[in-house]
Write a protein that binds this ligand. Sequence first.
Ligand code: FAD
Length: 382
Amino acid sequence: MRSCDVAVIGLGLMGAAALEALLRRGVDAVGFDPLGPGADRGSSHGSCRIFRRFNFENPHYTALSDEALRGWTQLAQDGGRGLLIPCPVLEAGPKGCDIVRNSRQAAFHNGLEVPLLTGAEVNARFPAFRLPDDWDAVVQDGGAILLAQAALEALRAKAGAAGRITPSAVVALERHADHVLLRTADETVRANKVILAAGPWMSRFLPALAPILEVTRQTVGWFAPARPETVALGAFPIFILERSADDTVYGFPDFEGRGVKAAPHNHGPVVDADAWEPPASDAELRQVGDTLADLVPGAAGPVVERDVCLYTNTRPADRRPDAGEEFIVDRWPGSRLVVASACSGHGAKFAPAVGERLARLAVEAGYEAEPFFQLSRYAAFG
Ligand SMILES: Cc1cc2nc3c(=O)[nH]c(=O)nc-3n(C[C@H](O)[C@H](O)[C@H](O)COP(=O)(O)OP(=O)(O)OC[C@H]3O[C@@H](n4cnc5c(N)ncnc54)[C@H](O)[C@@H]3O)c2cc1C
């Protein structure tokens, strides 16, 4: 029987980052995942994600963004391939909206006073937009387009080269007092510790997580822009437009020559991680198309490509104030398992920092992740 010190189940961005951090420390670690980069399942696939330094979800995430940026930069240097394309981030919404207030507060919390802009000022600076003149807006520096597939390849590179990736699903876990047994279709592996980073499949392994995780179908479209010159990289920001609490659309400059990638950030229908099918329908992309036509006419146009991806959303905690966007990065009580559910639609950018935490939770007995990542924020685990 093979054995290892730490086994990582699931090598999307989070598990791959954990495996990379473990191997960098010289830990005897092995990763399992039946999917490779380029597969269209789970949460990490596709060409790009938004990297934001200042996070409207939580001002404490700036430190995590900064740590992750150092990780991405190191990884890019090691692999000789860029992973982040610097790009400003525009956030906007009706006067007094949460997204602009919280984003500016996150910057302020970190010593930066970023000016409050009006929709009219944004329209003058970026001619693709037609925001209502009196909207609030902020343009944050420190943002970037994270090249998601390249990032996943980079995070897996060392492990793959060292034969540390087993391309199989783990079909059973047996927990013992002094070890854990993992079974795939072909073998049984004995591990001292296990990191579970199975994205939308997490509650298959730990059914007690099912009440606090919700997997949703998220549609994505690429739109052939009406005025290509206004949405080119350099002329156009990453944007997040919050029309109302349940109508938020985000998008990217046309940096690949594929059109403008745009998608709803509000949660789509709840689905089973295996029981969903691409592609996104016209009906599912209508709201995004309408938002572009109304507010970003330079980017509006026919849908030329489409995709579906899954968010794994954590529900609001019942033991501390929490909007429900925080991740779970913690040890599983009374076991040798470490769990990561780092999605809620905004986890990708943090992967190197989350991976570091997972590795430390597995190998450093005294280490704890930040309180807002801990399971004890839910009464069921308190
Ligand atoms: C449409 C969309 C847009 C997003 N936009 C952004 C953004 O702009 N910025 C941002 O920061 N974040 C964004 N996110 C969130 C981000 O992509 C996720 O936080 C991240 O991809 C989660 O990665 P993961 O490793 O937890 O999950 P996954 O990528 O789903 O990885 C889980 C892995 O576990 C494997 N697995 C499952 N079962 C088993 C098993 N039995 N045995 C072995 N392996 C198994 C799966 O094959 C899979 O590869 C977005 C997400 C989506 C869906």
